[in-house]
Design a binder for this molecule. Structure first.
Ligand SMILES: Nc1ncnc2c1ncn2[C@@H]1O[C@H](COP(=O)(O)OP(=O)(O)OP(=O)(O)O)[C@@H](O)[C@H]1O
Ligand SMILES: [Mg+2]
Length: 499
């Protein structure tokens, strides 16, 4: 379906100011459709005066629609719907005496000129499906009367009105709770839903005849209501505004639209919506996030304790092989702790992995005796990863970086552990493509042992890496000689869920 802006640009002479006005009107016309129990169609004048284009359409949520099909984008030539032509040329509301029959459905049609800055810029057609009209009760009469006030205001150019509106999706609808105020802010009519909302706030009496602002002040403690200026502007119906009001157990959003006739303020529509459940869910989500963060924090602390215990035990062991095995366990536990530490700061279970990779690189070179000589340089970015992927990948990186350090740059002198002077660099390259992450680890060290077959190697480090990459992450692992005939290149390619 074409957008209003598109239709305006292609078919009409309306300018940016006019379009802004029409968008403001559309932001609120659901209220008019609901109050009228009628379909609204916005008709835009053709630039060559050949007729009108349907620019937008709104169905009522309070009654049956008069249009089963969408009409936006359709064209009505001049003369086919005289009501549109008359409303546009005279600038007055036009109503037909007899209903139109459309597919055996009686439809009452009215045309409302849309005035902005003194000019008529479009016409709103209001079509009421008369089959749905019930015997008018006080509610219906109040709705219809208010709808009449608002449509008159559209024709006079005083609706929509500029005002401070927060554009939240929770904006109240007519069905949530409707109040009609008089010019002094006293309630003329409150719908049953509006009364229920006020009952939940603690109201015991009736609302009719009372000052809505006074009643609300009496029910809601000062701490839980907006500043006095906002409160009286909204609840006395003098400002086109909305605000949120909360008592201890109940939260509501209040929206007011002042009604004017010429220059006179004649009253207001006030819509109220109980948003207690929404707000409770908001609060629950916040505490759930905090709990998850706290759990990650504790896991990290526990892992650090485990690492400390293993380190203590390693110091008591004389046998070098057993000792270095324990030291490796310390490192492996440490790399998981780093992920949990990062997760404990994140909200949605996603982490920025660059930070983790850099810390793992630093950890691997610090722990070994090559710290002086070898460093890890990251190229490119991992971006954000889900926590389970991050956990597995952190282990993989720890093992592969450790191998590059340990086996790529072996000690020159076994007895002293001296690895010589000079700079060596391990390049960790990360590349994100949609739904994929590719990374390579390149060292320019001594290279893989002659005849080494990574698929036959049964040592623990590469087994961990292979299991994690292939089974856990569903990816691929490749080990081979470095690019320029020196050192080793390890490539890892994993699929990622697209978000
Ligand atoms: N970057 C590298 N440069 C040279 N050789 C490597 C490299 N990476 C792996 N290797 C070779 O592959 C072998 C297997 O590595 P793997 O990580 O599985 O075991 P490890 O490092 O010997 O012991 P650990 O289980 O403690 O990690 C190593 O012993 C080493 O010979
Ligand atoms: Mg290893």
């Amino acid at each position: 379906m074409p957008s209003l802006s598109e239709l305006v640009r292609v078919h009409t002479d309306l300018d940016d100011e006019d379009v802004r006005w029409l968008h403001l009107l559309l932001a609120d016309w659901q209220i008019i459709a609901d109050l009228s129990f009628a379909d609204l169609v916005l008709w835009l004048p053709d630039q060559e005066q050949r007729g009108f284009w349907a620019g937008a359409q709104m169905r009522p949520t309070t009654g049956p629609t008069a249009y089963v099909d969408d009409v936006v984008g359709s064209f009505v030539p001049a003369g086919r719907r005289p009501l549109l032509d008359t409303a546009y040329s005279t600038g007055r509301l036009v109503r037909e005496g007899d209903p139109e029959w459309r597919d055996d459905v009686p439809v009452r049609v009215e045309s409302i000129p849309v005035r902005s800055a003194g000019r008529v810029i479009a016409v709103v057609a209001r079509n009421t499906n008369l089959m749905g009209i019930r015997t008018p009760s006080r509610l219906e009469l109040s709705y219809l009367e208010t709808a009449a006030d608002l449509t008159q205001m559209i024709a006079e150019g005083s609706f929509p009105s500029l005002g401070q509106r927060s554009d939240h999706a929770d904006s109240p609808r007519v069905g949530d709770g409707f109040l009609r105020l008089d010019g002094d802010g006293a309630v003329v009519y409150a719908s049953p839903n509006a009364l229920s909302v006020y009952r939940r706030l603690g109201l015991s009496g009736d609302l009719d005849g009372t000052s809505l602002a006074d009643v609300t002040r009496g029910l809601v403690p000062p701490l839980r209501r907006p500043d006095e200026e906002t409160l009286s502007a909204v609840l006395s119906g003098r400002g086109n505004r909305d605000t949120e009001i909360g008592a201890a157990e109940v939260s509501l959003i209040v929206r007011s639209i002042p009604l004017r006739r010429g220059a006179d303020h004649v009253g207001a529509v006030v819509l109220v919506r109980d948003v207690t459940d929404l707000r409770r869910r908001d609060r629950e989500l916040v505490t759930k996030d905090a709990t998850i963060r706290e759990i990650h924090h504790r896991v990290k602390n526990n892992l650090q304790t485990v690492a400390a215990l293993l380190r203590l035990q390693a110091r008591r062991i004389a046998e070098p092989a057993a000792r270095s095995a324990l030291e490796e366990a310390v490192r492996r536990v440490g790399s998981i702790a780093i992920v949990h530490e990062t997760l404990s700061h994140s909200v949605e279970g996603h982490v920025d992995f660059d930070d983790i990779a850099d810390r793992l690189g630093a950890m691997v070179t610090e722990v070994s005796s090559v710290g002086e000589r070898v460093r890890v340089r990251r190229v490119g970015s991992f971006g954000r990863l889900a926590s389970d992927v991050a956990n597995a990948l952190a282990m993989v990186l720890t093992e592969l970086l450790q191998n590059a350090v340990e086996h790529g740059y072996p000690p020159l002198d076994e007895s002293t552990g001296d690895r010589g002077a000079g700079d060596a660099e391990i390049a960790l390259t990360a590349r994100r493509a949609p739904g994929r992450l590719r990374l390579t680890i390149d060292d320019d060290g001594v290279g893989l042992p002659a005849g080494f077959d990574p698929d036959l190697s049964s040592s623990l480090g590469l087994s961990i890496v292979r299991t994690l990459v292939e089974s856990e992450l569903g990816g691929q692992l490749d080990l081979g000689p470095g690019l320029r005939g020196r050192g080793t290149r390890v490539a890892v390619d994993v699929p990622l869920a697209r978000d």
